[in-house]
Design a protein around this ligand. Structure first.
Ligand SMILES: Cc1cc2nc3c(=O)[nH]c(=O)nc-3n(C[C@H](O)[C@H](O)[C@H](O)COP(=O)(O)OP(=O)(O)OC[C@H]3O[C@@H](n4cnc5c(N)ncnc54)[C@H](O)[C@@H]3O)c2cc1C
Length: 495
């Protein structure tokens, strides 16, 4: 690449968004849909590979946020926006509701305060329930619960499809995606900034810092340095689908000032999650699970849902919360530097993402960024990978029209050749098998790829036969494919 990249027309892009997690993709989507020329930059080879892929996957109502905080406001707004967006975009969501269970007299005494807090956060449909109703609704709950608070609006959501939908829509609206491009410096200028990456510099007028665990580093590059990210690791255990009948709702503990605590929740893929832990660690890349962490979860799970710990474990993983000394979100726009900082999005960023994007877009407009102010376009319709709805292998009409949807490759998760082919040919194709997993659920089941990995890898590598006389159907049509051009600019394929 010669010189610094621009908006494609010789001018600097209006905005460079650094970080393609659920927050950065939501912001890029909001800006691109308002005719702002936007470049989305990430160090990784795909969108949504940071904290956004490894969380508890709950679409929070915000009932337990700090009333009056920015997090409370954006969480409430974002949660409503995302529930609607998900319905239209085909992002798997289930309104399971949650039960916040008190196990000790002290926790029981806390319930009225939590209920009051929920009301102050605008979540008014919560209610206290007694033990007989609690055990009627959750008969497998461990003995000794003293009561609960019901939060009917809590939902479970697919954390993988969400940033993919935002990015897909941003690309369709004209944003550009620059992956494998770690930002190493920013040359801030009076007229434009140059964002220096491992694949060359990007010229832009405004910088939006949505770099998650590294947002303090980017902030320092912009002359800030007012906060430090302290990673807080959360480990989780995924139980087999046979455990799913053990619970109906999300089972929450009474939260403390430091953490929401260990919960048990269904997933939209039909599994059960137990976690997360909360441990401050120095290493921003340490997403390993640990013996003590997993043991503490099993101990907690044994009390909450004793039958759970007898079930098979499918997987375990850890994610890192981007905590700061300040509990609230760190979001501000500095018009003089043409800079937006969107940091400290610790444990609610998935739920709040659309609220955050709306807020940041508004701040940028107030600071002088011109927006088209046009109605929001319809979201893309994403491949549905949830368990509650109809998947391609269950859809006789779809199989009749396209037999590849009747050919299952991953038997644990019932993923078909048609779904893999479509993911590989999508506007934002996966760069590796993990990306394919997040788009289709392939390799994600109880065998963790033991039986299907070779077949999936062959399809990914292009070994699958295409229609006679044509390249394999999943072979991307452009030279911008992540497998063919692993570095530099990548554009959505506008077909
Ligand atoms: C254990 C756990 C459970 C959680 N549970 C929930 C939940 O149930 N519901 C909920 O709403 N939220 C939950 N969260 C919080 C949620 O996951 C986060 O708030 C959200 O994912 C943050 O998104 P992000 O885009 O800010 O960060 P990330 O997803 O980490 O994205 C940041 C991106 O910036 C990129 N980047 C960093 N530095 C650079 C650089 N120098 N150059 C280029 N790119 C860079 C990274 O590669 C990354 O892709 C949980 C978090 C954890 C850890």
């Amino acid at each position: 690449m010669t010189g610094a990249a621009d908006d494609g027309g010789g001018r600097p892009a209006d905005v460079a968004v650094i970080g393609a997690g659920v927050v950065g993709t939501a912001i890029a989507r909001a800006l691109a849909c308002q005719d702002v020329s936007c470049v989305l930059i990430d160090a990784a080879n795909d969108v949504g590979t940071g904290t956004s892929k490894a969380n508890t996957a709950i679409l929070h109502t915000g009932f337990d946020a700090v009333p009056g905080s920015l997090e409370s406001r954006l969480l409430r707004r974002g949660s409503a926006l995302l529930a609607d967006y998900a319905r239209r975009a085909g992002i798997p969501v289930e309104r399971t509701g949650a039960l916040l269970v008190a196990w000790t007299p002290e926790q029981q005494a806390e319930l009225p305060a939590v209920e009051d807090k929920a009301h102050r956060n605008g979540v008014t449909d919560v209610r206290r329930i007694g033990t007989s109703e609690l055990y009627r609704r959750e008969p497998h709950l461990g003995a000794g619960a003293l009561g609960a608070l019901e939060i009917p609006g809590e939902r479970i959501i697919c954390p993988w499809t969400t940033p993919l939908a935002y990015a897909t829509q941003a690309l369709a609206a004209g944003a550009r995606l620059r992956l494998r491009s770690r930002v190493t410096g920013i040359r801030a200028g009076a007229a434009e900034h140059q964002v220096v990456t491992g694949t060359g510099a990007v010229r832009c007028r405004w910088v939006v810092n949505a770099a998650g665990l590294h947002s303090d580093t980017i902030d320092a590059m912009m002359g800030g340095g007012e906060f430090t990210i302290c990673p807080r690791r959360g480990e989780l255990i995924v139980f087999d689908k046979l455990a799913r009948p053990l619970l109906s709702s999300i089972l929450l503990p009474v939260p403390t000032a430091r953490t929401k605590g260990v919960l048990v929740a269904p997933t939209v893929y039909g599994n059960v999650l137990l976690g997360p832990t909360a441990e401050d660690i120095p290493d921003r890349g340490d997403v390993a699970t640990t013996g003590p962490g997993l043991a503490s979860l099993i101990e907690a799970g044994r009390r909450i849902l004793p039958g759970l710990v007898a079930e098979e474990v499918t997987a375990s993983y850890a994610g890192l919360r981007a905590a700061t000394a300040d509990r609230d979100y760190q979001i501000w726009v500095d018009a003089s530097r043409r800079y937006a900082c969107v940091a400290g999005i610790r444990s609610t960023g998935l739920s709040a993402s659309l609220g955050i994007a709306e807020y940041v877009t508004g701040l940028l407009a107030d600071a002088g960024l011109a927006l088209a102010d046009r109605p929001e376009p319809d979201p893309p319709v994403m491949p549905y990978i949830g368990q509650a709805g109809t998947r391609p292998y269950q859809d006789a009409a779809r199989i009749a029209a396209d037999p590849e949807h009747g050919r299952i490759v991953c038997h644990c998760e019932r993923v078909t050749r048609g779904e893999i082919r479509d993911a590989l040919a999508s506007p934002l194709p996966p760069a590796d098998l993990d990306g394919l997993r997040r788009r289709t659920r392939v390799l994600n089941g109880r065998c963790q790829g033991f039986y299907c990995a070779a077949a999936v890898a062959a399809l990914f590598a292009g070994a699958g036969p295409g229609p006679a006389g044509q390249p394999p159907a999943h072979e991307p049509a452009t030279a911008g494919s992540p497998r063919r051009a692993p570095r530099g600019w990548r554009f959505a394929v506008h077909r």
